[in-house]
Design a protein around this ligand. Structure first.
Ligand SMILES: [Zn+2]
Length: 123
């Protein structure tokens, strides 16, 4: 099933082009059990990244143990938008995150994952 959800995230990332440029096209799916509850993709620069775009759709909703699938490592730095890795780390509803590739951007490149690894509650 992980593969299916990552493919859903990948399908989202295709919607990001060309508006997201020069940011990379990223897609995200949030899964509750076996069901996709939110999907998102990177919008025009300065607007939501894929992760924030998906999180926005479940704003205020009570969920637990959600899984997030992202096609690129969440960003760790505050550019035109707040860092996604921090937003995800602070969202207690997200229990697991699956990332397909590390961000080759030297400003990130593993730092986003470090934030997520260091924040994991009780595990
Ligand atoms: Zn981001």
């Amino acid at each position: 099933m992980d593969e299916i959800f990552m493919l859903a995230a990948l399908a989202q990332s295709r919607k990001a082009l060309p508006e997201c440029l020069p940011n990379p096209p990223v897609g995200c799916a949030i899964v509750d059990g076996q069901k996709i509850v939110a999907q998102g993709y990177t919008r025009t620069p300065g607007k939501h990244h894929a992760e924030a775009d998906a999180l926005k759709q479940i704003q205020g909703q009570a969920f637990n143990f959600l899984k997030m699938y992202v096609t690129l490592e969440p960003c760790s730095f505050h550019g035109r938008t707040p860092a996604c890795a921090l937003a995800i780390a602070e969202d207690r509803r997200i229990d697991k995150i699956y990332v397909s590739i590390l961000d080759p951007d030297p400003r990130n490149n593993g730092k986003g994952l470090d934030i997520l690894k260091n924040c994991r509650k009780d595990s």
